[in-house]
Design a protein around this ligand. Structure first.
Ligand code: THU
Length: 232
């Protein structure tokens, strides 16, 4: 891998400021994270937040953070959260981050149920699972919580962070499941993020009573916030 390729996978239409990083897990595996901006700027996922969340969602524990430079947000927080060793490194040509794409699911409802066990939600005890489909594959997402609540990511956004960091941006549809909710229903922040990446697509929601409902993303966020003047 090299930083130019990884940086180019960032989704930064508002700032143009591409950012990417690699987390090495205790397993030795490397997980890529890229910055994913949103038209509502505070919903932006930072590269380090993405990489840490992805690593934890794979059952691994972040141990080192590899960066092209130190121009990253909240480095101290992430360093302390996991006791990360921070390595500023220009040559990552010997490193290949994990390709986390999966073969498309054929039994979506039961796969989503099984996936709940991978959620890391010590604060809420409320596991959520998501499957995000692209033209070529599928990405699993579970919710990940950290000491700082606001730094965690919902299942939907972990799946999105994996696909974007993998350079797999032809997103087609999304399925979401929660066991304890009366209904499975993405939060408002996820609806905003989902709408930006899957504007004409559908979401399938698998509810706790084993029923499923399918919705256009636009129907889940009517009269949404948008502005052409924000897009560069
Ligand atoms: N959560 C999701 O994963 N997706 C949603 O759409 C709703 C909320 C997670 C985030 C947090 O880990 C827990 O549920 C409680 O908010």
């Amino acid at each position: 891998m090299n930083w130019d390729i990884l940086n180019s996978r960032s989704y930064t239409p508002y700032s143009g400021k591409q950012r990417s990083c690699l987390i090495q897990g205790k397993s030795g595996k490397f997980y890529a994270g890229v910055r994913i901006e949103n038209v509502s700027y505070p919903l932006t996922i930072s590269a380090v937040q993405a990489a840490c969340s992805i690593c934890v969602s794979e059952g691994d524990t972040p141990s080192a953070l590899l960066l092209p430079d130190t121009d990253f947000d909240q480095l101290e927080y992430w360093k302390n959260e996991f006791g990360l060793e921070i390595r500023v490194i220009s040559d990552i040509s010997t490193i290949e981050p994990e390709d986390l794409s999966k073969i498309k699911s054929t039994s979506e409802g039961s796969d989503l149920q099984d996936l709940l066990s991978k959620a890391v939600a010590p604060n809420s005890d409320f596991p959520v699972s998501a499957l995000l489909y692209t033209e070529t594959g599928m990405y699993e997402g579970v919710n990940i919580e950290f000491t700082e609540w606001a730094s965690g990511l919902c299942a939907e956004r972990v799946a999105l962070a994996k696909s974007i960091a993998n350079g797999d941006t032809e997103l087609t549809d999304l399925a979401v499941h929660t066991k304890f909710g009366e209904v499975s229903s993405p939060c408002g922040a996820c609806r905003q993020v989902i709408l930006e990446h899957l504007p004409l697509n559908k979401i399938r929601l698998y509810h706790s009573d084993n029923s499923m409902s399918e919705h256009f993303t636009v129907d889940l966020l009517p009269f949404s916030f948008t502005s052409g003047s924000l897009r560069k």
